[in-house]
Design a protein around this ligand. Structure first.
Ligand code: SAM
Length: 330
């Protein structure tokens, strides 16, 4: 589990000595109406917001759901704790990676878990804070840690062997110029900040393709961030824990932002909602019903109006399941 980050406060908070909520940078929650609708049938128990971030989804659920519903908010970023504290006594916060959801829920002694929400990736608060090192548009240190992990982007960029670096840029960035980019990074070592890294990546990509598909460094930054935070393994473990924890009638809702995440989410949720394979004939056993049902088959996406207001929503895909078996049967 992650402890406090030994890192100075971001500059906007040092200068202001703490800003009022209306002045502070905000994170706009994605698909918030649809998330509220999906949790609407839940009338009691605990909903775990596994990715509290700016608290936009939890705030909406707190306001819309019955007063008996309480919330356990998790985030691996310790800066989320102060925002959770502003949402009042129905919300408890734990600074943890959601891969430890099982242990966290056990320690918190939650009686009934009736919902789990994952809204994956980074918040705008993290992306817009140059000191965190996530942005290819603002210069900052090569950090990219969401929480208190020991691996930094600096180590990945300046110390990893060329084949390892190429492998993650190709796999986690789905970057077809991974070879050229890796060679350029290795030749430019040591690289000291995100602006230099973004420029090295931009220059390594053939000029004709630089203007297509967003900023040329976007995929490489995504790849390094996924590696630094071990995001895909954490997602698989967090989903398994959620599937294990939620009680009958409880719902799990997941919003992902790129195909690597969505593939893991789809595979886990579809498999939990399918009957286990029948043994080969001639052994005949009664069919085993699945523990979950998919609430809809195709992922929900944001409409044009939401995307126009919040470009982060463009790539969002939401999937959801409901437990149909009682946990005691599992
Ligand atoms: C997209 S933001 C969530 C925004 C939030 N739903 C809201 O409305 O403000 C994702 C958050 O999840 C956190 N996060 C990402 N991966 C995590 C993990 N494995 N464990 C815990 N928190 C994680 C990030 O630190 C970030 O604050």
């Amino acid at each position: 589990m992650e402890g406090p980050l030994l890192r100075p406060l971001p500059l906007w908070r040092q200068r202001s000595g703490g800003l009022a909520m209306h002045q502070a940078p905000q994170h706009r929650p994605v698909l918030v109406e649809q998330v509220a609708d999906l949790f609407q049938p839940i009338e009691s128990g605990w909903i775990i917001d596994a990715t509290f971030g700016g608290g936009g989804h939890t705030r909406r659920l707190r306001d819309e759901l019955a007063p008996d519903v309480r919330f356990l908010a998790l985030d691996r970023d310790p800066e989320a704790e102060a925002r959770a504290a502003m949402l009042g006594p129905r919300i408890r916060f734990v600074n943890s990676d959601f891969r430890h959801l099982g242990e966290v829920a056990e320690e918190a002694e939650l009686d009934a878990i009736t919902g789990v929400l994952f809204d994956l990736g980074l918040s705008s608060l993290q992306l817009d804070d140059a000191t965190r090192g996530f942005s290819f548009r603002r210069s900052g240190p090569l950090d990219m840690r969401m929480g208190a992990g020991s691996l930094t982007a600096d180590a990945v960029v300046n110390e990893w062997d060329e084949p390892d670096l190429r492998r993650i840029i190709a796999r986690y960035g789905e970057e077809r110029f991974a070879g050229r980019i890796t060679r350029a990074i290795v030749a430019a070592r040591p690289i000291t900040d995100t602006a230099s890294l973004a420029e090295i990546v931009r220059a390594a990509i053939p000029a004709a393709t630089r203007r297509r598909g967003g900023h040329p460094a976007r995929r490489t930054f995504q790849a390094i961030r996924i590696a630094v935070n071990d995001e895909l393994a954490a997602l698989a473990e967090g989903l398994d824990a959620a599937l294990d924890l939620v009680q009958a009638g409880g719902r799990i809702v997941v919003i992902s932002y790129h195909s690597l995440e969505d593939r893991i989410v789809k595979r886990r949720l579809v498999s939990a909602s399918s009957s286990p394979e029948a043994p080969p004939l001639p052994v005949s056993t009664p069919a085993v019903a699945p523990d979950f049902r998919l609430l809809f088959r195709k992922p929900m996406t944001a409409d044009e109006a939401e995307v126009a207001e919040n470009p982060r929503a463009r790539s969002a895909k939401m999937r959801a399941v409901e437990r149909v078996s009682s946990r005691a049967d599992v």
